[in-house]
Ligand binder design. Structure first.
Ligand SMILES: Cc1cc2nc3c(=O)[nH]c(=O)nc-3n(C[C@H](O)[C@H](O)[C@H](O)COP(=O)(O)OP(=O)(O)OC[C@H]3O[C@@H](n4cnc5c(N)ncnc54)[C@H](O)[C@@H]3O)c2cc1C
Ligand code: SF4
Length: 512
């Protein structure tokens, strides 16, 4: 097995690095692409800006060091008006290392929507079925067992079932899960079958060279067969630049998550006017319930059950409606969500073991834009009135489910917090404006910004993922979707990465 090169090591300065395929970003998209290409016998280098975190010695279950090391901008990135906290991974394996491990594939109607309305002619549900199967295999997708559904998730399920609504126990990508509950800051038990555990190990076994603490700065000569990528090495913590080197590659695959991908392409003076456009953040609203009995929501798998009654799949409009999913983080994260001030906040936190929590997932239209100013990305995204209306309905449904399960109070962590003591007070939710500074929404599923399409005037990449105007620079991550792909993005991105890499290997219409 080839080793992982840590570019933060003293004196690390490689010379004359060359490869056939250079993959930038090691998450669901990049990790999968690197592995498929390496297993096909190609000469592959995989670059990752984050470090390699594996096992309990490095994944310490401590909020501060883990957010510092595993998340982009320490988990502090926001959109321009600061309404939405944009979370994504910055570690070997990317977001799969810190995600909630739910496996939700792309619905057939979404493929049909993209075929009909976005010119994705070859991407029918039937054509994509083998790639979905590969993704599910990579993830060892399996249903969460009944005994693994903790009290937090059971409470939501109880409420949903009492109301006669539809819900589901989700598929996940854990094997031998020990129920430690720290999934969002990494799994020290190695239970998650994420890109770090699966595709990167397989890529290494097939001979790929993997570099960590290596940030791609710029892609040059993008229309030639010898592209040169400038790389910045970083120190052991990943915050200070140390050295620089270059890699020559025939083909470059960018998979740095929408914000990173658009930033790298723009900083390389690549991409047309469509690059950065039509970004979906899929904002999620937190919702907290105070229960009469102990919940101990921090114990066990955080996200196992979803209320799906109101999710809508439609080949004419794509994914709409909403779903509600139980979730829990570490006490520090919950403390930041329980936004009641002073004594009220203290009283709520003192009852942490009685708190149940959920996120309402409200798929959005791709109304955002990623801009790059002086090299730095900025996400311009304004919530639409239509989204706000659906989000209020979603919060109302979550609150109704909690009251049906016996909640004493439901709190929407806004400023000021919305405290609802019974069904009779549900109208308080109508007062939620979602205005800047009144709420902190969460985005874990950024998509778009480099969408594929048949026509250069309406897309950033062709249907093979090749950036228009380049010869051999491809995008292979969630940026390529023309609208929100699913309620969760890990499985869609792995599916798409298999499909795009296969097209690359078959050289469907490729000049190189
Ligand atoms: C908290 C959280 C919970 C989630 N829960 C779920 C879930 O339960 N189920 C689900 O399906 N999805 C979930 N997701 C979403 C899912 O994990 C992501 O959509 C997915 O990991 C994105 O894959 P990607 O390959 O596009 O990008 P990423 O996984 O983000 O990988 C991109 C990588 O590129 C690196 N990079 C960026 N720029 C550069 C550069 N210039 N040079 C070198 N490297 C660079 C980054 O450091 C990063 O590691 C969650 C996400 C988060 C943040
Ligand atoms: S709940 Fe399971 S997957 Fe999550 S951190 Fe714990 S052992 Fe790992």
């Amino acid at each position: 097995m080839t080793e992982i090169f840590d570019c933060s090591a003293d004196g690390f300065a490689p010379h004359d690095l060359k490869c056939e395929y250079l993959v930038i970003g090691s998450g669901c998209g990049g990790g999968t692409a690197a592995r498929v290409l390496a297993e096909a016998g190609k000469d592959v280098i995989l670059l990752e800006e984050g470090g390699d975190f594996l096992g309990p010695a490095r994944l310490t279950q401590r909020d501060t060091p883990m957010y510092d090391q595993l998340y982009v901008d320490r988990g502090g990135r926001t959109n321009k008006d600061r309404t939405i906290n944009i979370l994504s991974g910055r570690v070997l394996g990317g977001g799969g290392v810190i995600n909630a491990s739910d496996v939700v594939p792309i619905h057939d109607s979404t493929w049909e929507f993209w075929q009909k309305h976005h010119g994705w002619k070859d991407f029918s549900p039937t054509a994509m079925a083998p790639y979905k199967a590969k993704a599910l295999l990579d993830l060892s997708a399996n249903r969460i067992e009944e005994k693994q559904i903790n009290r937090n998730n059971q409470i939501l399920r109880q409420g949903v079932e009492k109301l006669g609504w539809r819900g589901e126990v989700m598929l996940h990508n854990r094997l031998n899960c020990q129920g430690l509950g720290s999934c969002l800051i990494g799994c020290p038990a190695g239970a998650k079958q994420n890109p770090r555990m699966v595709s990167i190990n397989k890529a290494l076994a097939a001979g790929a060279r993997v570099f960590v603490r290596a940030r791609a700065l710029q892609i040059r000569d993008a229309t030639t067969d010898k592209k040169r990528v400038e790389v910045q090495t970083l120190d052991a913590k990943g915050y200070h630049p140390t050295n620089r080197f270059a890699i020559d590659a025939r083909t470059v695959i960018v998979a740095a998550n929408p914000v990173g991908t658009v930033a790298l392409l723009r900083n390389s003076h690549l991409g047309n006017r469509q690059l950065g456009q039509r970004v979906s953040l899929q904002p999620q609203v937190p919702c907290v319930a105070l229960m009469p009995d102990r919940v101990n929501a921090f114990d066990g798998i955080p996200q196992a059950y979803a209320l799906t009654e109101f999710e809508r799949h439609d080949a004419e409009v794509g994914l709409t409606g909403f779903r509600v999913e139980s979730i829990f983080g570490t006490p520090g994260v919950l403390g930041s969500l329980v936004s009641a001030p002073g004594a009220q906040g203290k009283a709520l936190m003192a009852q942490l073991d009685h708190i149940a929590a959920a996120l309402v997932l409200v798929p959005d239209q791709p109304v955002g834009e990623i801009k790059v100013n002086s090299g730095r990305p900025e996400v311009d995204y304004t919530l639409t009135a239509e989204w706000k209306t659906r989000a209020r309905q979603a919060v109302r449904s979550a609150a109704r489910a909690y009251f049906a399960a016996g909640a004493k109070m439901v709190v929407v962590p806004a400023a000021p917090p919305v405290l609802i003591h019974s069904e009779a007070e549900l109208a308080k939710i109508d007062a939620l404006t979602f205005d800047p500074v009144t709420i902190s929404l969460i985005s874990a599923h950024q998509q778009g910004g480099a969408r594929l399409g048949p026509d250069e005037s309406t897309s950033a990449c062709d249907l093979n993922g090749q950036v228009w105007g380049t010869r051999g620079v491809f995008v292979c991550d969630g940026s390529v979707f023309p609208s929100t792909s699913s309620s969760h993005t890990m499985t869609p991105i792995i599916t798409m990465a298999h499909a795009l890499t296969d097209r690359l290997l078959q050289r469907v219409g490729q000049p190189n």
